[in-house]
Structure formats: C-alpha cells, structure tokens
Write a protein that binds this ligand. Structure first.
Ligand SMILES: Cc1cc2nc3c(=O)[nH]c(=O)nc-3n(C[C@H](O)[C@H](O)[C@H](O)COP(=O)(O)O)c2cc1C
Length: 403
C-alpha cells in the first residue's frame, strides 16, 4: 500500500465539497495512511465532526483555544506530527488566509506553523476561482511552494453554474498525496537540470519589441516539479509576470541570444527541458534610439534575422544532457511537426501541444499535450499545467533511470 505508515493531517474547510472529504478519508486510509482531521467552523456546517471522526478513527480537532488539545501547545504538534498536510476542500477564504499568513483559527494557524509539504484542493464557484483576488492568492501560494491538485472543470452544486472550480475527485487527491510521499518522491536527487520558460523579447528599439503570448506557467511549473523530485534546477526565464518558483535558481533573460548563452554556459547537466517559446527571429539591426515616426514617410521596414535554435544547440552539444526534452507549440499537424522536431533537434522527448487561440493553452492555466518519443506517441488528457509538470517530472525520472 503506497501510503503505509504515512501520517496525513487533513484540513477540511467550509465548502459544499466538504462531503467529498469523507470519501477522501476512506481513500487515504485504504492506501495505508493515518488521517488526523482538522475542521474549520464553517466546515462543520457542511459535515459533522462525528462523521469525520468515525471515518478517520481519530479525534477531530476544531478549536484553537481548546483546553484539552492545547495543554501541550497542540496546534504546533499537529503542524509537525505529520508527513503531509492536505487541505480539501480548500475554500477561497482559507486560501486567502494562507496567502497572507493569517492565523486566526486552528486550521490557518497550523498552516502557518507547519514545516511539512502542503497539498491544497481548491473548491469554489468559478467566479470565486477567477476573481482577481483569488488569482493573486493562488500565484502567491504557488510561489511559496504550496502544491495544488485541481480544481477541475464541471457542473457546480449551484444549478446552472459550470466552469473551473470543482474540487478534484478524492481518488485524484489521494493519488497526488501518494506521488508526493512515495519513496521515489526524491527520484531526481543528485541530478542537475536546466529548464527554460516564458517568451523572449526581441527589441526593435529601446522601447519596442517583438514577443509572443507565452506566460511561463508551464515552464515554471516544470522547474518546480523537478525540484520537488530532488533535482538541482536552474530556470532560465524570459520576461514573465508570474513569480519565480520556490526551490530553484532563476536566471532572468530577455532575448533569445541571452537565453542560449545562459543555457549553454551551464552545461553539462543531466536534464534539459526547453519549454520557452523562443522567438524564431530577431530584428536584424535594432535601433539604439527610439525610431521616430516621420510625417509623410512610409513605415520603416523590419528586417529579421534568424535566432539561435537553443533546443537544437543543446541536443547536438558536445556536453549533451543525458535527457533532452523539447516543447513544440503548434497550430496545425501537431503530431507530425512534433515528430519532425524530435529528429531535427536531437531531442529524446517532445511535448507537443496545440496552441491555436481557441484552445486557450498559451497564456492559460491548462494544457493538453502529446508526448512524442522514438517509442511512440502518448496522448495526455486535459490537465492543469501543474499536473502536466508533475507527470512530466515522473516521466523524466523514469527515463533517466532507464538510461
Ligand atoms: C451553501 C454554501 C456553500 C459554500 N460553498 C463554498 C465553496 O464551495 N467554496 C468556498 O470557497 N466557499 C464556499 N462557501 C463560503 C464559505 O463557507 C465561507 O467563505 C466561509 O467563511 C469559509 O470558512 P473557512 O475558510 O474557515 O472554512 C459556501 C457557503 C455556503 C453558505
């Protein structure tokens, strides 16, 4: 059983999905974990401590100022006497408290005091999930190293509402906990990795540039996932607005040529994952001064020059990493273009995706990819970019072990 002997502190906050946490307790226990439940006051409006206690076979902790539980500063003990903290469902409110370091009840105090990994399963109405405040809070939590599972897309409890915000299914949460706690969770210990992420900006003049819509979310998530597996990761990031991920060294660059130099100067490494959407072309002779518009004159022509092909340079380098993974963002013939790229660039794996505007992938939070290798093509389902990163991390570890 994959969770035998593992101690999970399960924090249940106040949302409709709290009823699913009863099933989650069962799923975690049938995998061999012991579950210690903590419930917020709001959670107790949705499910009873009696049901949670009976299913977990444990005392249910609800009160920060409990005379019994706090005789030995129980909230600190709860925060430390576990291998993993799981928050399911994670309400918008509790996520906001976590992002701001509030500690005004037992759940939020434990979350601030813990030094253990924290996995949250957000669950809320799609409008709450996409509200700017929640988006900011989730970005802050990711940057703090908090791990997310879900939310999924689907029907809400409120009739007629659908969208992103459904809590991940209990099985999926139990599997995510298993992935984090399995011994091979440190399967990249001792390995070095370099990951590129984001777009590049190619200057036209000091104030204008050519760019693309890459947000850096997928590359940053992959860097964080490899670091969680124990790898020593350097992330070379183009200009993005998302925070640096936790646990990795970050080198910020702007242009493709700078990105190539930053990558090549860090070889040799064991793993290279080239996710950045590097501009194929730069402006051949960008101006040192702002180009002025002249009345009556035709617009200036932009002459382009080819940029370095970083994936190909890495794939054919004398100090080639043992595993080279490239990304192929395509708008047509995804598989054929991915296969061609695998050969031409000297890569071991190509992660290909369709970035046509209607997919919402470029700049979005979800991804649907094909994994192309010499062994064949694997279709992955629609996943969050974090989930793609976790799966890819596991695949990289598996491939590297077999090399
Ligand atoms: C019927 C009902 C359903 C709710 N469902 C959710 C939900 O799914 N997600 C959420 O974030 N908040 C939901 N809320 C609001 C939270 O319960 C509320 O923000 C509460 O303060 C959360 O407290 P907690 O974070 O301490 O558990 C719901 C409220 C009600 C009355």
């Amino acid at each position: 059983m994959e969770l035998t002997g593992k101690r999970i502190l399960l924090i249940i906050s106040g949302g409709i999905a709290a009823y699913k946490s009863l099933d989650l307790i069962r799923r975690l226990r049938e995998r061999g974990a012991s579950v210690r439940p903590v419930m917020t006051a709001a959670a107790q409006e949705f499910v009873t401590p009696l049901a949670v206690g009976a299913l977990s076979a444990s005392h249910v902790y609800t009160d920060l100022f409990s005379r019994e539980d706090e005789q030995d500063v129980g909230h600190i003990r709860l925060a430390r006497e576990c291998d993993l903290v799981v928050v399911a469902p994670a309400s918008a409110d509790l996520l906001a408290k976590m992002a701001h370091g509030l500690a005004n009840d037992l759940a939020s105090t434990i979350l601030l005091a813990t030094d253990r990994p924290v996995l949250v399963a957000p669950a809320m109405n799609p409008r709450m999930w996409s509200a700017p405040a929640t988006v900011r809070n989730i970005a802050a939590l990711r940057a703090d190293g908090i791990l997310l599972v879900g939310p999924a897309t689907g029907e809400m409890a409120e009739s007629g509402e659908a969208g992103v915000g459904r809590m991940a299914e209990p099985l999926e949460i139990a599997e995510a906990a298993g992935r984090l706690l399995r011994p091979e969770a440190q399967s990249l210990q001792g390995r070095t990795a370099i990951v590129t992420s984001g777009p590049t900006h190619e200057p036209i003049d000091p104030v204008r540039y050519i760019a693309n819509r890459s947000s850096g979310r997928q590359g940053h998530a992959i860097a964080a996932a490899l670091a969680r597996l124990g790898a020593d990761v350097t992330l070379v990031s183009g200009p993005v607005t998302i925070p640096d991920p936790a646990g990795v060294k970050v080198v910020h660059v702007e242009r493709a040529e700078e990105m190539r130099d930053a990558v090549i100067s860090r070889l040799p490494v064991d793993i290279a994952v080239m996710v950045a959407a590097v501009a194929d072309w730069r402006v051949a002779s960008s101006s040192d001064q702002k180009i002025k518009k002249q009345a009556g004159e035709a617009p200036p022509p932009l002459l382009l020059a080819e940029n370095p092909d970083i994936l190909s340079d890495v794939g054919h380098h004398g100090s080639r990493p043992r595993l080279v993974v490239g990304f192929a963002a395509e708008t047509q013939d995804v598989e054929q273009n991915g296969l061609r790229k695998l050969e031409r660039k000297g890569a071991d794996l190509i992660v290909a995706n369709d970035v046509s505007p209607q997919t919402g992938i470029m700049g979005g939070t979800r991804n649907r990819v094909k994994i192309i290798s010499r062994q064949g093509v694997e279709d992955w389902p629609d996943l969050t970019k974090d989930e793609v990163a976790d799966r890819l991390g596991a695949l990289v570890a598996e491939r590297l072990a077999g090399l």
